[in-house]
Design a binder for this molecule. Structure first.
Ligand code: GAL
Length: 958
């Protein structure tokens, strides 16, 4: 039998009214640590009497609090996106309901008995029943929300015994169907707090900023007879029963997060304050802060750690904030629940706009056509409202929080409308967001997820029949699904956000891959995802869709986002260089500008630029600096860096860069026509040897016309390839490209050698490449010539017949000796890039080991291609190797496995390095798009069969 309290729809019982997350000088005791622990397979088999002093827990083990028990050897994590992993018959939950019993003995001095006290849990998943010293305190639900119990009359001087019974499933689980791992336990802090009589139990501090006068106003609401001091503003001991006009202040913004230290106090308690003055308003169809339109360059952040699950250590939360700031991210949506309260303090301090979201999602009801959806059922009204109250009350004093969000993917319903109404009544300083209110009947902001570029364009033009919606500011609460390689199309979203004042940016889905650290039988580390833990129902790697990998190393997508969102746009102009300030509030005064001039990617000279202070939204044009004369391909790269240390990055940290192509002597920088210096064909003759055909340094197989060696180095290819290991985006959407490609057999294209013809100084190999069973294909002609110690290949490709599908890739595959595992190139870098995700690639000279060119996607797929490569060198430790020059510049990938191996692998450890280095020398690739959830590849980034040519020159490096 399931205990009745588990399946009652209420929020629980026994809790104190919610209040602000207050830290004060009142006595407190952190109860985190190793607790006695026992997991029972169901509630019925959990032992009786765990709250009794005399209960014997000697055979229990220990578990750290905070933690998720599934990550410490109890049960297993399970991942589902939309589907509930149990039958949907609300509010009932399975009898097989893993139940964790916790016991903690702690000592208290007699001073604890002198005043009231509360016991606070910051997060318990999903339902807890709590006893202190044998007395039941209550039951709580709302996993990512705080709860407090009054323990005044229960505490003992000396030994105390806290017992907590936590159930994995409860009625609350129906309200917590977020797309993430199902993880249980006491996963946030547990604290005992003294509540001095006459202390500050709660307060609501509103610090408004009047952008016309520059003045601030403090409004403090508290049941206590408190006073406030903000010494920097000359406020000392003011009563708080009326608004306080504080005169001129510096406002708080995500860009300039100015905080004033203060104190709220009574005779018995002092609460330190960090006050940020700011006013959020919706005016003229725009969301404005301090009178200015803001642009969200945001991300959705789940709390995830590959070893600790949702018990994210504080230093890791700080790492998230610092990484966001360093990658030009200015906003966070706390998807899909209030984060650990300290995270918001970090946002206040370092400067991030926050959309604080309630812990509420009922997405699984969508599969029942929303029948029985709790958000529209009066029986669940209290539970819904309780969650919103606990969110708002806890976080109401955070300046970084500028929007409240009712939850995620709950469809719509009266309970949501009631939550919105209550929120507005409680807090008149922040608008309400909820994406599921499609008509915007009870929200203040129009929000969509994964709207494609065309839809955003339409919204920008206010082309909408719904008059209410049309008048509201628009945000994408989720877009650019960062799953696997990608996302593609970020630049085009930015262009829309900048074109239309009512389109105020969005939040990339999502910050981090929810991979879980594992090891294979050989002890090799990798990250697991849905289905790796024996879950009968799961959603595979759909949880690996972040801008950072599970270990928080940045993915190429994060670097692309940082470049797309850079706050200074540096471009060529008729004057020379144009610097545009894209901050909403900050001038460019905190930045220094320096430049380097590179010829063939090698620095020739460098200098600094004198830049006047440019206000937000303005631009300046500067003459080119005096530049040295160069002869080869030359680029001027201008960097905008922090002039001084900031709390989030050191002086010299680059926030933006831009490149200007330079042709010496030209007055205006022209568009560059890059190209390798390709030697003309000469008269080296093709000869026949017993082993095959020879042309200069090259040996060929006379039957296939493929290279077999270059100056004695064994090679294979180059040969036309159409396949790439499909990305998550290729596999996504209602009409996956991957399926279309496989349906016609592009993953198993066959090569027919039409002719291998040696014509004195030229070897001409004609082929046709096509999959089985279809009539269309590609004609590929290879013309080889030689000169000295170089051979030159001219490849001409032409479609044969009508192609009904796009192509994943048009490139050459070639294997070179495994010892050539060092790559240097002149072209786009340092990271990977694809047609619709290439802003972060600049033209310079780069080098890397082959192994380090790989992007460790949790689910292996196409990755690591460098673009616009003019030349590349592949060498061994001794410097011996090959040089490949290309015209036009080509795409380059080098791997220790083939595209087929990459395609077959499902985890990083499946990729076993082979002997040769496999090269991809690409004419083109299909774009990436974000079809794993959202729009596919924009038409101009699609790769269609078309006539194409590439010239490559292979030379040997001794
Ligand atoms: C959205 C949802 C997110 C996540 C995302 C796909 O619909 O709000 O929680 O599931 O799709 O990764």
């Amino acid at each position: 039998m399931t205990p009745p309290y588990l399946e009652d729809r209420s929020p629980g019982y026994g809790a104190l009214p919610p209040r602000a997350a207050v830290s004060s000088d009142a006595r407190s005791l952190c109860l985190n640590g190793d607790w006695r622990f026992r997991l029972s397979p169901d509630a019925a088999s959990a032992p009786d009497g765990i709250s009794d002093d005399g209960f014997d827990d000697a055979d229990w083990s220990e578990l750290a609090v905070p933690s998720n028990w599934q990550l410490h050897g109890y049960g297993a994590p399970a991942y589902t996106n939309v589907r509930y992993p149990f039958p949907v018959e609300p509010p009932f939950v399975p009898s097989e309901n893993p139940t964790g019993d916790y016991r903690l003995r702690f000592e208290l001095g007699p001073q604890w008995l002198a005043e009231p006290a509360v016991l606070r849990f910051d997060g318990v998943d999903s339902c807890a029943r709590v006893w202190l010293n044998g007395r039941e305190l209550g039951v709580t639900r709302g996993s990512r929300l705080p709860v407090e119990f009054d323990v005044t009359s229960v505490l003992r001087a000396g030994a105390n015994l806290l017992a907590v019974r936590v159930h994995q499933w409860s009625s609350g689980s129906y309200l917590e169907d977020q797309d993430m791992w199902w993880l249980s336990g006491i996963f946030r802090d547990v604290t005992l707090l003294a509540r001095p009589a006459g202390g500050i139990t709660d307060y609501f501090l509103r610090a408004d900023y009047d952008h016309w006068s520059g003045a601030g106003t403090l409004r403090v609401e508290t049941p206590a007879a408190a006073r406030i001091s903000v010494p920097e503003l000359g406020i000392r001991g003011y009563p708080v029963d009326a608004p306080i006009e504080v005169g001129a202040v510096e406002p708080w913004s995500a860009e300039v997060p100015r905080l004033y230290d203060g104190e709220l106090y009574t005779d018995t308690e002092r609460v330190p304050l960090r006050i940020g003055f700011r006013t959020v308003a919706i005016e003229g169809g725009q969301l404005r802060v301090n009178g200015r339109r803001i642009l969200f360059k945001g991300v959705n952040r789940h709390e995830h750690h590959p070893e600790h699950g949702r018990a994210v250590p504080r230093e890791v939360a700080l790492q998230d904030v610092l990484m966001m700031k360093r990658h030009n991210i200015n906003a966070v949506r706390t998807s899909h629940y209030p984060p650990h309260p300290e995270f918001l303090e970090l946002c206040d301090r370092y400067g991030l706009w926050v959309v604080d979201e309630c812990d509420l999602e009922t997405h699984g009801f969508e599969l029942l056509d929303w029948a029985g959806n709790p958000t529209d059922d009066p029986a669940w009204a209290d539970a819904c409202l309780d969650r919103m109250r606990r969110t708002v009350e806890r976080d109401k004093n955070r300046p970084s929080v500028i929007l409240w969000s009712l939850g995620n993917e709950c469809h719509t319903g009266a309970n949501l409308a009631a939550m919105a109404e209550w929120t507005r009544g409680r807090d008149d300083t922040r608008p309400v967001h909820y994406e599921g209110d499609a008509d915007c009947a009870y929200v203040d902001v129009h929000s969509r997820m994964y709207a494609d570029h065309n839809e955003v364009d339409r919204i920008g033009r206010r082309d909408d029949e719904n008059t209410r919606r049309r008048e509201l500011p628009f945000i994408l609460c989720e877009y650019a699904h960062a799953m696997g390689t990608g996302p593609g199309g970020l630049l085009e979203y930015r262009e829309l956000f900048e074109r239309y004042p009512n389109c105020q940016g969005g939040f990339v889905w999502e910050w981090i891959d929810h991979g879980i650290a594992r090891r294979d039988a050989a002890g090799r580390a990798y990250f697991g995802y849905g289905g790796d833990f024996g879950e009968p129902l799961h959603d595979g790697n759909f949880c690996a869709d972040g801008l950072v990998f599970p270990d928080r190393t940045p993915s190429p997508g994060l670097l692309e986002l940082a470049k797309v969102h850079e706050p200074v746009r540096i471009t060529a102009s008729p004057e020379g260089i144009r610097l545009a300030n894209h901050y909403d509030f900050a001038t460019l005064a905190h930045l220094a500008f320096h430049w380097t001039l590179e010829e063939q990617g090698v620095e020739v000279t460098k200098g600094t630029l004198d830049v006047p202070d440019v206000p937000p939204g303005a631009a300046v044009e500067l003459a080119l600096p005096e530049l040295a004369t160069t002869h080869g391909e030359t680029w001027l790269t201008v960097w905008a860096v922090l002039a001084e240390d900031t709390p989030w990055a050191a002086a010299g940290h680059a926030v933006a860069w831009g490149q200007v192509p330079i042709v010496p002597g030209a007055e205006v920088p022209p568009a560059i026509v890059p190209g390798a210096e390709v030697p003309p064909p000469t008269g080296t003759a093709v000869t026949r040897s017993p082993g095959g055909l020879e042309l200069g340094i090259a040996g060929f197989d006379p039957r296939t016309g493929l290279l077999t060696d270059l100056a004695g180095h064994r090679v294979r290819g180059p040969r036309l390839e159409l396949w790439r290991a499909p990305t998550d985006n290729d596999r996504g959407g209602p009409h996956p490209e991957d399926a279309a490609w496989r349906a016609v057999g592009l993953h198993r294209a066959q090569h027919r050698v039409i002719s291998v013809h040696a014509d004195r100084t030229e070897l001409v190999v004609r082929t046709r490449v096509a999959p089985a069973a279809v009539g269309f294909g590609l004609l590929a002609n290879y013309r080889w010539t030689a000169s000295g110690d170089a051979v030159r290949l001219r490849l001409d490709v032409e479609p044969d017949g009508e192609w009904p599908v796009t192509l994943p890739r048009l490139g050459l595959g070639m294997a070179v000796p495994g010892e050539f595992d060092r790559v240097a190139w002149f072209g786009g870098g340092p990271g990977e890039a694809y047609p619709d995700s290439r802003q972060a690639a600049r033209i310079s000279r780069f080098s890397s080991r082959v192994d380090d060119l790989q992007t460790p996607q949790v689910f292996p797929q196409e990755n690591g291609t460098r673009i616009d490569v003019r030349w590349a060198r592949l060498t061994s430790a001794t410097g011996a190797g090959l040089r490949i020059d290309g015209s036009p510049p080509f795409g380059l990938a080098a791997r220790r496995w083939t595209a087929a191996d990459l395609d077959a692998a499902t985890h990083t450890v499946d990729l076993r390095p082979g002997e040769p280095v496999e090269l991809s020398l690409d004419l083109a690739q299909h774009g990436l798009g974000t079809a794993s959830c959202g729009p596919g590849v924009l038409p101009h980034y699609e790769l269609r069969a078309h006539p194409a040519s590439l010239t490559l020159v292979f030379s040997v490096l001794a």
